[in-house]
Design a protein around this ligand. Structure first.
Ligand code: NIG
Ligand code: FE
Length: 407
């Protein structure tokens, strides 16, 4: 008998996400799950629960609903102040996102608002966003800095992320994105030197990953390489925003440095995709951002499939290109915009995201040893998740064997 202090009973379908030959979801019909001290100890058919599990405590009755692993969002920018709704509207009437990046607009505008905000105010804003993530079934996020862009301001944003993780049940994996853009008024070479010589060493124990945006409005191939190489020497995992707005060397650099993830990839070439496959890099796709940057091409999905690159789907929550904490909305967008299958998008929002974060064995699946993080959807079949476009069908979110939503 397995000892348990938490259980979910009567899941119409419980998706372990342990792929089987004929079933990418690892479905258990009329399933149940048991956990002890926050970890899954048993999953199986509900009819076998009593024979296997000694439960001290109450079980959550899923009432025939669909149970999935808690969603893993591998690309978010949750620490910012201010709004850019006017820029969103402007893009719809034909202004390009890249053309909004000059002067005090675009990312620079969010940097000004975020610098002006107190740490406590940023914590409050981030906590509200965390609650929206949890309400939409997301239990783990990768969370970037990138709106401070100097040593003290980036340090402030990393402190906000630490406080966010302590204040909410959401699991937060911090990424240092000092290389988001060159801040206004600072010479490029000086800024790159500051990142390499001061920020990267200073934040080594505050951030698990280092991210660089390699695209025309941001960093060149040479700058990106220099920053990422130094980050790798210091022990950071590597992520990139690359080939989002135009073709370029970004994805090749990600492959060359065996980055954990290369994200966006709208303009990546099939040869670059092949290199990413060989490097074992996860492609993190951000369909919500593509949706609000008019003219964004479909990422090279045929090549990603052909070469077997692991894919994650992410919300890319940020004030510029996608102000949404809903990963299920991103799944719908990936299906509708790009013709991804519902199965590809759920894999991307669970085990694909976990893989890109080095959390395999921890998140994104429901098997013994994994964190007992689950989303219970008021739905029957996995295809219904992206099918219900823009509607939140998550009834209950569980983190570490504890119901966190509704509170
Ligand atoms: O992932 N491309 C760069 N970074 C974000 C947008 C940030 C912003 O516009 O504030 C993205 O799309
Ligand atoms: Fe982003």
């Amino acid at each position: 008998m397995l000892r348990a202090d938490f259980a979910i009973r009567h899941a119409g379908r419980l998706l372990t996400m342990e792929a089987r030959r004929d079933d990418p979801y690892g479905t258990i019909l009329d399933g149940a799950l048991a956990a002890f001290l926050g970890r899954v100890v048993w999953v199986g058919p509900d009819a076998r629960f009593e024979a296997n599990v000694a439960l001290a405590g109450d079980a959550v009755d899923a009432g025939g609903c669909l149970v999935t692993p808690g969603l893993v969002d591998a690309h978010t920018h949750p620490v910012f102040a201010g709004s850019r709704a006017d820029e969103f509207a402007e893009r719809l009437s034909g202004v390009a996102y890249a053309d909004q990046q000059g002067g005090e607009r675009g990312i620079q505008r969010t940097v000004l608002a975020t610098r002006a905000a107190s740490e406590d105010d940023l914590v409050c804003l981030a906590v509200e966003r965390a609650h929206r993530f949890l309400a939409h079934g997301t239990t783990t996020i990768e969370a970037k800095t990138g709106y401070g862009l100097d040593l003290e301001q980036e340090r402030k944003l990393l402190r906000v992320l630490r406080r966010l993780a302590a204040l909410t049940p959401l699991r937060v994996i911090p990424t240092f994105l000092g290389a988001h853009v060159v801040p206004r008024g600072v010479d490029r070479a000086t800024y790159v030197r500051t990142i390499v010589e001061e920020m990267l060493p200073a934040f080594r124990h505050q951030a698990r990953f280092c991210d660089v945006w390699c695209d025309a409005p941001a960093f060149t191939a040479a700058e990106s390489r220099a920053i990422l190489r130094r980050a790798r020497e210091l022990g950071y995992g590597l992520r990139m925003h690359a080939a989002q707005l135009g073709p370029g060397e970004g994805p090749s650099i990600g492959a060359e440095l065996a980055a954990a993830s290369v994200d966006h990839l709208e303009y990546a070439t099939p040869a670059q995709v092949q290199a990413l496959a060989a490097a074992g890099t996860t492609a993190v796709l951000c369909p919500g951002a593509a949706l609000t940057v008019p003219g964004s091409p479909r990422p090279p999905l045929d090549a990603l499939r052909e070469y077997g690159v692991p894919v994650a789907i992410a919300s890319d929550l940020n004030p510029g290109t996608c102000n949404s904490e809903s990963l299920t909305f991103a799944m719908s967008a990936a299906c509708v915009l790009w013709g991804m299958t519902p199965a590809e998008t759920l894999i991307g929002a669970t085990r694909g995201g976990a893989r890109s974060l080095g959390l395999e064995g921890e998140a994104g699946r429901l098997g013994p040893g994994h964190a007992a993080d689950c989303a219970i959807f008021d739905l029957e079949a996995p295809e219904e998740i992206p099918y219900h476009v823009g509607v939140n069908r998550v009834k209950t979110t569980v983190v570490g064997g504890r119901v966190v939503t509704p509170p």
